[in-house]
Design a protein around this ligand. Structure first.
Ligand SMILES: [Zn+2]
Length: 422
């Protein structure tokens, strides 16, 4: 006889999950503890094959689409029903850590195995999704897999993106063995009944609150701009100050204006960063004639973020006039924020309560594939702490107990989101 649902108990195999995280970390182009896994490199392909083998060992049916998203499905008693999904990514930026993305993939797999071991029989299929090319390292824009799945960016636009060697997404993915039509990646709107991504927080709030779990309320909206400033170069000795059109001085003006615009938005959720500033010609005795900058700006409120962008735009015009330089800006992407789905948040918070686990309601300030998936499915995210909030660096660390607790709450939430034939 099947156990009654109320008595069903999932148990996470913490030791196995931990050793799988270590095994995956070793499939890397950097020396441990650093992890480098750039999408579609031989190392990435090896890591994908290893993850697929783990999924197959768990009895999941695996398929891959044209951009390389991996779907590993545990068929339910009603195979035609919409799936309940979980997953994250395994690509890693250069010199990253072991946990970003990986916790959601291997933790998701372990959650499914825990449900299997507990005797749970899902009505809806439960599916692990490993998103392709989440990190923007290779093609300049992140989350290509989930953008395609959700139709947020067109297949044509994605196919043409190029890496540093001038190879397009289309060429690179075909060489890596992913044929098929990128147009076909898009999922129908009722494909998922619900989707949950488990992830490390990549910030310090859970650790500070000494709370092991965070249920995400909303995912901040990122926008990025490329700003090009063109002034006039010249000899650092020969051109006197009144005659200068120094592009770097204009850039400095812009950067402080951007900082001020974010600081004075009226909300702590507004953040703006100039992370790249290329100076031409970059010689000690030459006036900078050209500067290329990137601006990353995020908020949980679309109107407020766009308001800050307009403030920056107006400031650019006045700096351009004042300093007689040209300032051009190009929007690279401007995505809308997402509120997590109430039913997914409820499944997560009920699961936490049933286990007696305290949790925090939290904003995701980094963006994730879930931001895009939320356009086509009720989506939520579950965060676990990472030490000092460090991420995207080799000393990124999440405690095995926290990972296991996250996987346990995930397992129970997946069960709640799909029907059971018990
Ligand atoms: Zn991530």
């Amino acid at each position: 006889m099947e156990p009654a649902p109320s008595r069903r108990r999932e148990e996470i195999d913490q030791q196995r999950l931990n050793s799988e995280i270590e095994t995956l970390a070793a499939i890397s182009d950097a020396e441990l503890p650093a992890v480098t896994r750039i999408v579609f490199t031989p190392t990435d392909l090896k890591a994908r094959a290893w993850v697929i083998s783990r999924c197959e060992e768990a009895g999941l049916a695996v398929r891959q689409d044209a951009i390389g998203n991996i779907f590993a499905r545990w068929s339910g008693s009603d195979p035609a029903a919409p799936a309940v999904g979980t997953g994250s990514h395994i690509d890693a930026i250069p010199n990253a850590g072991k946990y970003d993305g990986v916790v959601g993939v291997l933790g998701g797999l372990e959650a499914i195995r825990a449900l299997q071991r507990s005797g749970f029989r899902p009505t809806n299929p439960i599916e692990l999704l490993v998103f392709a090319t989440e990190e923007p390292t290779r093609f300049g824009i992140g989350c290509l897999g989930s953008r395609l799945l959700s139709g947020t960016l067109s297949a044509d636009a994605i196919a043409k993106l190029k890496d540093r060697d001038g190879e397009s997404v289309d060429e690179v993915r075909r060489k890596a063995g992913f044929g098929g039509n990128l147009q076909d990646v898009k999922l129908p709107k009722d494909y998922y009944q619900g989707f949950v991504e488990l992830h490390i927080e990549q910030g310090p709030l859970l650790e500070r609150a000494q709370t092991s779990l965070g249920i995400v309320k909303s995912i901040a909206a990122p926008a990025s701009l490329r700003i090009s400033i063109e002034g006039a170069g010249g000899h650092a000795g020969g051109v006197l100050m009144p005659d200068r059109k120094d592009a770097l001085c204009a850039a400095a003006d812009m950067i402080l204006t951007i900082e001020n615009a974010a600081r004075s938005s009226g909300a702590a959720d507004t953040v703006a960063t100039v992370g790249v500033c290329d100076v031409f010609p970059g010689a000690v005795n030459s006036i900078p004639s050209r500067v290329g900058m990137t601006l990353d700006i995020r908020d949980t409120d679309l109107g407020r973020r766009d308001g800050v962008m307009q403030t920056i735009e107006r400031a650019a015009q006045s700096i351009s006039a004042k300093r007689q330089v040209s300032v051009q800006s190009e929007v690279l992407n401007a995505d809308a924020p997402a509120d997590c789905a109430p039913e997914v948040r409820a499944a997560l918070s009920d699961s936490c309560r049933e286990h007696g686990f305290p949790f925090l309601e939290i904003v995701s300030r980094a963006y994730h594939d879930s931001l895009f998936l939320s356009r086509i499915a009720p989506t939520g995210m579950l965060f676990i702490p990472c030490r000092n909030g460090y991420s995207h660096r080799p000393d990124e660390y999440a405690a095995p107990e926290d990972i296991a607790r996250g996987a346990l709450v995930l397992a129970q939430s997946l069960a709640k989101l799909c029907g059971s034939s018990q």
